[in-house]
Design a protein around this ligand. Sequence first.
Ligand code: S3P
Length: 180
Amino acid sequence: MPPEARHIQNLALTGFMGTGKSSVGRLLADQLRFAFLDTDEEIERRTGKSIPAIFAHDGEAHFRDLERALVAELATLRHTVISTGGGLGANAENIARLKAHALVVCLWAAPDRIWERIRHQHHRPLLQDPDPLGKIRRLLKEREPVYRQADVLLNTELRCQREVAQQILHQFHAAQPRSR
Ligand code: S3P
């Protein structure tokens, strides 16, 4: 169903690690005067564990279950910008559930650009790999078909975060029924 025909209450940002979902999400929440929810932070808050600890002690499959359970709950939110962990938006069922109440915008960047942005950060368990750039390339290729199921795919490479937020605001307003 196209966004204009849905009851869009929220804005959800998906996309690979390092594409700016959390920073852009916070900017958007400020501009829209919406609440802000980051799914990784919410999972950490609820479990009392960091994402690396969940991966290390309970495994990735358990983390994905926590993500799915959280997504199911998000349907009750109103006026919220939701920033998602990079793997959440790579699951077709999660995307379909988010679309029931949110405009889903996927932030995009090429593997080299992503690596450039996150090479000095060390908190992502999936990138603790002897060849992180190779892993980014492989994961991005694998996830691309589902990332593309978002309502909007936005390339972040040539835009600063403020410009990315501006583009998303425009799309969000266009998706509201009154602008039909
Ligand atoms: C993951 C991305 C991370 C976090 C976890 C797994 C992924 O979130 O959810 O480390 O599978 O891409 P960010 O995209 O916020 O880094």
